[in-house]
Ligand binder design. Structure first.
Ligand SMILES: [Zn+2]
Length: 344
């Protein structure tokens, strides 16, 4: 049996793409009659205004923060204004809010990330903060179009780009976990989705330290492909293993002090790789050239917090079998593992 996967009708990754948005979207089957453009705070509002200027009659909504309440409010706006297409111009929170609201209303969604901070820029999964302050992953729809303006993401915070690099490289340990789970009969493995996730991470791994422009474009492509891997798999499995559980656990421990998703995942990847038999030299080298954290202290964290996070990680998603399910999770053993994985 074959399978169908929704993929965007338009993918543009180029410098200056935001100022070509009207022409780009005009060439695809998206109804531009009443566009609604959602964005976050001041950092992205300027880009959102440029995007709106490309779309006659567009309504601009600011202040999307990525919680369930924001989604409900946006669903109301989409219905009241009878929006024909929703654009998300911003970081992960804005994209996830618009993505989920679009899924609820059936209105096509266009992803215009202003930062390459995680692999949700082109995925069918939205991560939102629920009523109790916990992050939850929700099913959403693939964007109808993805437009990455390389000038915009280059001008954004370097920290966000590093986080995206961490999220992309985490595919490597996520895939080790997926293969392990399949070998233990705890999950079904899908080689095609794994291939996409692995190839995108590898391409980036071996380009780390290349010229910035090339590296940025490869990162954007890799994150888009990671989204495709999750869409073909029908689960986040190809891009989310023990390192993500460690990050979820850090979210629960640190609450509003949590670091960026991809930063935490980057630390988790080192711990997961160590648990799988050792951190490969090329991964350490990529971390160094990309400026990714190799110590808890690089994120301003105490290694004891990382130990705590590893101890709590399996409970954040008990059904996801990973290397953590095969470890001695006594405090002393986890302490030793974290000490081997990180350079604190
Ligand atoms: Zn992630």
């Amino acid at each position: 049996m074959d399978r169908s996967v929704s993929i965007p009708t338009l993918l543009e990754i180029a410098p200056g793409a935001v100022d070509e948005l009207g022409a780009l979207l005009g060439g695809v089957a998206v109804d531009l009659e009443r566009p609604l453009v959602g964005t976050g705070g001041e950092q992205t509002a300027g880009v959102a205004e440029r995007a709106s200027a490309q779309l006659p009659g567009a309504t601009l909504l600011t202040g999307l923060v990525g919680d369930r309440a924001g989604v409900e409010a946006l669903v109301g706006e989409i219905r009241a204004r009878e929006a024909t297409v929703c654009l998300a111009v911003g970081g992960g929170r804005v994209i996830d809010t618009v993505k989920h609201a679009s899924a609820q209303t059936g209105v096509p969604f266009v992803s215009v990330p202003t930062a390459l901070s995680h692999d949700g820029i082109c995925s069918p999964i939205a991560s939102l903060v629920g009523a109790e302050g916990r992050r939850e992953s929700l099913a959403a729809v693939m964007p109808a179009a993805v437009v990455v303006d390389l000038d915009v993401v280059r001008a954004g915070p370097a920290r966000a780009t590093r986080a995206g690099a961490g999220d992309l490289l985490s595919n490597l340990t996520a895939l080790q976990d997926w293969r392990l789970a399949a070998a233990r009969g705890r999950d079904a493995f899908d080689g095609y989705s794994a291939l996409i996730a692995e190839a995108s991470a590898h391409a980036f791994l071996y380009l780390a330290g290349a010229a910035e422009e090339l590296s940025l474009e490869t990162l954007a492509r890799g994150l888009v492909l990671s989204g495709l891997a999750m869409a073909t798999a029908g689960t986040s499995r190809p891009c989310s293993g023990a390192e993500h559980l460690i990050s979820h656990s850090l979210d629960a421990l640190l609450r509003e002090d949590a670091r960026l998703h991809g930063e935490q995942v980057a630390l988790g990847t080192l711990v997961a790789a160590e648990a799988h038999g050792g951190v490969p030299a090329e991964l350490r080298a990529a971390y160094d050239s990309l400026g990714l954290p190799r110590r808890a202290a690089d994120l301003g964290l105490d290694p004891a917090v990382v130990v705590e996070a590893v101890l709590g990680a399996p409970a954040t998603r008990p059904e996801r079998y990973t290397i953590l399910d095969e470890l001695d999770l006594s405090r002393d053993a986890v302490k030793a593992l974290v000490a081997r994985a990180l350079d604190d």
